[in-house]
Design a protein around this ligand. Structure first.
Ligand code: ZN
Ligand code: ZN
Ligand code: ZN
Length: 255
């Protein structure tokens, strides 16, 4: 992730900073301009000369300390592009859940930043239920027994994945080299974009099968086989991870 600069004092600042520790100005990120700007701490709406003089305010989730993105006053009910994708957020009754959600939001904002750089289409499922994308951040004892995964544009993330100790434990149990929140987001959003960009496009699907293999074999059976018998032999020669050898869709998402 690139370093940004406070536009008031030129101090280097990072993507998640909402205040400049050098000059004390607020900081806000514009996904449209891909810039962080410094803001007068005595105001709540800012007319920003470098953004054509348009007026901006913080995304509503700034109230929770989970977002430093800027929105125009009429945008998405006050939510930025990244936060407009949230369908379910954790119950914020406990500080533990708030801390987990904050870590999840940091990772999700980095994901959306990267999707924008890749010029991938980002549409909220709440705006378009057919092709849109949304996130459910749920606790492990959620009523539908949902797990981290992707189904039809809905990406579920179990909030315990935000606990470093829990994540490390699972990583060791599954003998993984890499397990991060951002990694989960990248993997699951990969499934979403395969559905959107590859599944119904004959040419793209043929290219997909050339690289990732036959995806017409049963996905359920393949995963069952993977969990019962482990990865394919010599997977290192053909796949980016063990799990990628389970099925062509997982190969794509892992890659
Ligand atoms: Zn500054
Ligand atoms: Zn936001
Ligand atoms: Zn997957």
């Amino acid at each position: 992730m690139k370093l940004f600069q406070c536009s008031n004092c030129e101090n280097p600042v990072v993507f998640e900073n909402s205040i400049c520790i050098s000059c004390g100005h607020y900081l806000g990120y514009s996904s449209f301009h891909n810039q962080i700007v410094s803001l007068d701490p005595n105001q709540s709406e800012w007319s920003i000369p470098s953004f054509n003089g348009d007026t901006y305010k913080y995304c509503t989730n700034n109230l929770h300390g989970t977002c430093n993105w800027l929105v125009t006053p009429d945008e998405n009910y006050g939510f930025c592009l990244a936060c407009s994708l949230n369908r379910t957020i954790p119950d914020l009754d406990t500080s533990e859940n708030w801390e987990r959600w904050k870590q999840i939001e940091f990772a999700k904002h980095r994901l959306v930043y990267q999707l924008l750089r890749l010029r991938l289409p980002i549409v909220s499922k709440m705006a378009n239920s057919h092709i849109g994308l949304c996130f459910d951040f749920v606790s492990i004892e959620n009523k539908d027994n949902k797990k981290t995964g992707h189904v039809n544009g809905v990406i579920t993330i179990l909030i315990t994945e935000a606990d470093a100790a829990t994540r490390e434990k699972v990583k060791q149990e599954m003998k993984e080299h890499y397990r991060t929140l951002l990694g989960h987001f990248r993997h699951e959003v990969g499934h979403y974009f395969r559905d959107r960009l590859v599944r119904d496009n004959r040419k793209a699907l043929s290219n997909f099968r050339e690289v990732f293999g036959d995806d017409t074999v049963s996905y359920q059976d393949s995963l069952q086989n993977y969990y019962a018998n482990g990865s394919k032999q010599n997977w290192q020669n053909f796949y980016i991870s063990k799990y990628a050898s389970s099925h062509a869709w997982e190969d794509w998402a892992e890659t």
